[in-house]
Design a protein around this ligand. Sequence first.
Ligand code: ATP
Length: 215
Amino acid sequence: MPRLVGIFGGTFDPVHYGHSLTIAELLNTIPFEKILVIPNSLPPHRENSQASFSHRYKMTSLAFRDIEKTVVDNRENLRTGPSHAIETVKQIIAEEGKTKVILIVGSDSFDGIHSWYKWRELISLVDFLILKRLDMPLSKNKNVQDLISPTRFSEDLLLDRKAKSIFEIEMTPLRISSSLIRENIAKGKSIDNLINPLVKDYLKKHGLYGSKNST
Ligand code: ATP
């Protein structure tokens, strides 16, 4: 049976339960050896993050601290230039040797796959698991839909070393986003139940997202 290594990248601005609890559930569902959680340094598909890499990295480390088999990885801050998934993937494939590397993304991220740098090469190198986000479903766009495996996800298919597949997978849906958290903080609304208390304390302590006067 091949070793399974997951890569879960994101801006994590800030990290929330939609990230950490979903990954914890995924780890209970699929026998990953580990999942590398990789904050982006310079996200290529969005405006610059609000919090610095250092703050986002520290918050992500707090959020995943108690989730076994996750490793928060700072490699994207060690490179110069934009964070392209393909470079990270190639590095990890080279490091891990005989492994099946699986990129884990939310449906909203996968929707933009055609704009990812060297996406064709990327999908030839790794499998994808797309986490269904009910509030941001995968578009009906045929170009996107055609990439998704018509077969329902099964662990056996993932473990087949030869095939490279793109599966949608349904974990307990959590309607939480970093934007919602930033918005709640700005409006002085509670972010409890959306975010790990350690992350909440951290962002308050550092006055991130304007949190000093609110929550
Ligand atoms: P923003 O609201 O600022 O766009 P976000 O909440 O989508 O941020 P990201 O850091 O961009 O957070 O997300 C990293 C990865 O996690 C992406 O692939 C995204 O689709 C996925 N993701 C984010 N929130 C959830 C969630 N609630 N459930 C499942 N996947 C999620």
